[in-house]
Design a protein around this ligand. Structure first.
Ligand code: ZN
Length: 288
């Protein structure tokens, strides 16, 4: 019996938490059924996880928006040997198709994938040869290695400085850009790599590595003035934004994305209504 068959059969019962945007009951029922059908047609599947801490189920992992299916269907699928996950929180490796989280499930979560040349690559594939990935992060204080399980020391890097802190607590104001500039001014000419080595509820700590390149004539590269869209630090994220989120979301990666959009769209950080719209945009759904 395929999971699609089980899900199809489940549609005779109402969804656990379908949409409620239509007043007409028949129209709403039809709408929820259409969405559920789309979810069945596009049901995500991965044989295995590439996310640390997860155990591979016997038959694989299914990804969908489970709100459109009746209560209990997840239990049935799990009894058949599948694990279920929410499709908007996961993605798949372009190389091996294993699944990894793209949104955090704890304060200390760090991604187990990287975007490389337009493809998302899981940590297991990256670990086979992370050289190209590490070099793509070099000499940019707005980007950092944030994948547990890749130790720059194994790939020809030496740690220069540590431990820096950046966050919302007093004193946690180490600025990667200033650190980068200072190191260059002090005569460190080899490629530099920032690594975020721990993430807390309101802060991160990071270290700096130098690649022991044989060619030590690497030029000083002035960091770009404009923040890159996905890699700003959390230093400038106002604390009051979190209170604007109806669920008080505390995933630093989430707020970094919000901050990037605020910067890109030149929004006043004190404009609560505009910030709420950005929060919704990043969440990908209506919240208010
Ligand atoms: Zn992979």
């Amino acid at each position: 019996m395929t999971p699609q068959y089980i899900l199809q059969k489940s549609l005779c019962r109402p969804p656990s938490c379908g949409s409620s945007h239509l007043k007409n009951e028949e129209e709403l029922k039809a709408y929820n059924l259409r969405v559920a059908q789309c979810e069945i047609d596009g049901l995500g599947y991965a044989k295995e996880y590439a996310e640390p801490g997860y155990t591979d189920p016997a038959k694989g992992i299914l990804f969908a928006n489970w709100n459109y299916f009746p209560r209990g269907v997840a239990d049935i699928l799990e009894n058949y040997g599948y694990e279920i996950e929410w499709s908007d929180e996961w993605d798949f490796c372009s190389d091996c198709n294993k699944a990894f989280r793209t949104s955090g499930n704890s304060y200390s979560w760090q991604p187990s994938y990287a975007d490389l040349d337009g493809s998302r690559i899981c940590i297991e594939c990256l670990q086979q040869d992370p050289t190209e990935y590490l070099e793509s992060l070099e000499d940019n204080p707005r980007r950092a290695l944030n994948i547990d399980g890749i130790d720059p020391a194994d790939y020809g890097y030496t740690m220069l400085e540590g431990e820096y802190e950046n966050g919302w607590h007093p004193g946690q104001n180490d600025d990667p850009k200033a650190i980068y500039k200072n190191l260059r001014a002090e005569g460190f000419k080899k490629p530099l790599l920032f690594q975020i080595d721990s993430v807390g509820q309101f802060d991160i700590s990071f270290v700096v590595w130098q690649r022991d390149a044989t060619d030590d004539s690497a030029e000083y590269i002035e960091p770009a003035e404009q923040p890159s869209p996905l890699t700003s630090s959390s230093a400038s994220i106002p604390q009051h934004w979190m209170r604007l989120h109806p669920h008080m979301r505390m995933d630093p990666q989430f707020w970094i994305k919000v901050n990037d959009l605020v910067v890109l769209n030149s929004i006043d950080p004190k404009d609560d209504e505009a910030i709420k719209r950005i929060i919704e945009q990043v969440e990908g759904k209506r919240l208010y």
